[in-house]
Write a protein of this length. Structure first.
Length: 409
């Protein structure tokens, strides 16, 4: 824990307390320990110099700390809301041993406050520039007891042993065996896991040789680098860059079947399924990902847009493929202006039938999943037989098999 006595600027202190109070009032922070840790550690000292305090303490915005040569964000200080979610999911207690994967300094300082002087915090990043910065900032702010390591965290961390909690603060597509192996039985892994293109911060508990989820929250993170790095695969409809379908777990078996889909008229169907403007889309998105084998996302190049498709958000639309036909979701405001109705646009020889199938999936969500619990998420080692995995959908990764299953009604 820090003994730093430097007087902080009044405005930074005021904004920090205001942000943490807001997150507590909105139930993102639910424990006194997390509230105290986030109020004590000065977030502004862990963000790039010159960043306006209003940006530093925006509850819902990350602060970018590094981009690559193409301008892609590869390191950031996560938004206070996301940090609060993950810290609460960790359920840390004094004296615990913690491994943080994805360094930067600020989260490690929070962890050090939460585990106290008898606990141990190790923070790891593959990028030496990130770890050097993190180590310097931790030392400058009184947290030099945190061990900072430069390594690919997909491999076992030298001299670490086993820990009570692993907190991953970069987006992960797979769960390397080292993460499970380094956890105590009953230990907790909190990780932003990407499943079929959807990312959730999942709190897992180790049960024998596999992991079982206790909670899952919608989130977004910069992706992991190293041996577990994974890019989505892009399918250009009709071979042109105007319309791109992104698949997280491999392309359709015969993608060329879609080549002529855009030569057919666009079929449009409104489903009658409405949601509130502020309603969480967690179970809605997951129901589509579980129910539709060809689930993907669609983006349109705005410079090449000819109007063949008309998503509400040209950069991101939930979509799906079935053989020679593809479809995507659209919305429109309802008369009360407080809800949106979902519709389906489909193109291809079987557009009407596929649109009707997706509409049925949406209505099934409305009838059986809306307002209910998220699906259970389990992580098994690669090679685990199907009959040992309870699932409504299994996603095969390199090192693991991810099971998604709805709780019994």
């Amino acid at each position: 824990m820090t003994d730093v006595t430097t007087v902080e600027p009044d405005e930074a202190t005021r904004l920090r307390h205001k942000t943490i109070d807001q997150l507590r009032d909105e139930d993102w922070i639910t424990s006194a320990a997390v509230e105290a840790a986030m109020k004590k550690v000065p977030r502004d000292r862990f963000t790039p110099a010159g960043t306006p305090l209003e940006e530093v303490y925006d509850p819902y915005s990350a602060v970018i700390t590094k981009t690559d040569e193409y301008g892609v964000q590869i390191s950031s200080v996560s938004a206070p809301q996301i940090q609060a979610i993950q810290l609460e999911q960790c359920q840390l207690q004094p004296g615990m041993r913690v491994l943080e994967i994805g360094s930067g300094g600020l989260n490690a300082a929070y962890l050090a406050e939460l585990v106290g002087p008898d606990g141990h915090v190790t923070t790891v990043d593959i990028d030496s520039e990130v770890t050097e910065r993190g180590e310097r900032l931790l030392a400058e702010n009184g947290y030099d007891q945190v061990r900072v390591v430069t390594a690919d965290a997909a491999e076992p961390i030298p001299d670490l042993g086993v820990v009570d909690v692993i907190l991953v603060t970069v987006g992960a597509w797979d769960i390397p065996p080292a993460w499970t192996d380094q956890l105590e039985p009953g230990g907790r892994l909190v990780v932003p896991l990407r499943m079929r293109g959807l990312t959730r911060s999942v709190a897992f508990t180790r049960v024998g040789d596999h992991l079982e989820s206790e909670s899952a929250r919608i989130c977004g993170f910069v992706p992991m680098q190293g041996t577990t790095e994974h890019d989505e695969q892009l399918l250009l409809v009709n071979g042109t860059p105007e319309i791109g379908l992104r698949f997280d777990d491999g392309l359709p078996a015969e993608p060329s079947k879609l080549d002529n889909a855009v030569t057919t008229p666009r079929y449009e169907l409104w489903t009658g399924v409405t949601i509130g403007l502020s309603e969480l889309l967690d179970t809605f998105q997951m129901h589509l990902a579980i129910s539709l084998p060809g689930f993907c996302t669609m983006a349109v190049d705005e410079d090449l847009d000819t109007g063949l498709v008309a998503p509400v958000n040209k950069r991101y639309a939930l979509a799906a493929v079935e053989e020679d036909t593809f479809a995507y979701l659209v919305t429109r405001r309802t008369e009360d202006n407080k809800h949106v109705e979902y519709g389906v646009h489909a193109l291809g020889p079987h557009a009407e039938q596929f649109a009707a199938k997706i509409a049925d999936v949406l209505r099934d969500w409305e009838a059986h999943r809306r307002g209910g619990p998220s699906p259970s998420i389990r992580v098994y080692p690669a090679g685990t037989p199907d009959d040992q995995i309870p699932a409504d959908r299994v996603i095969d990764k390199v090192h693991s098999r991810i099971s998604l299953s709805w709780p019994a009604a």
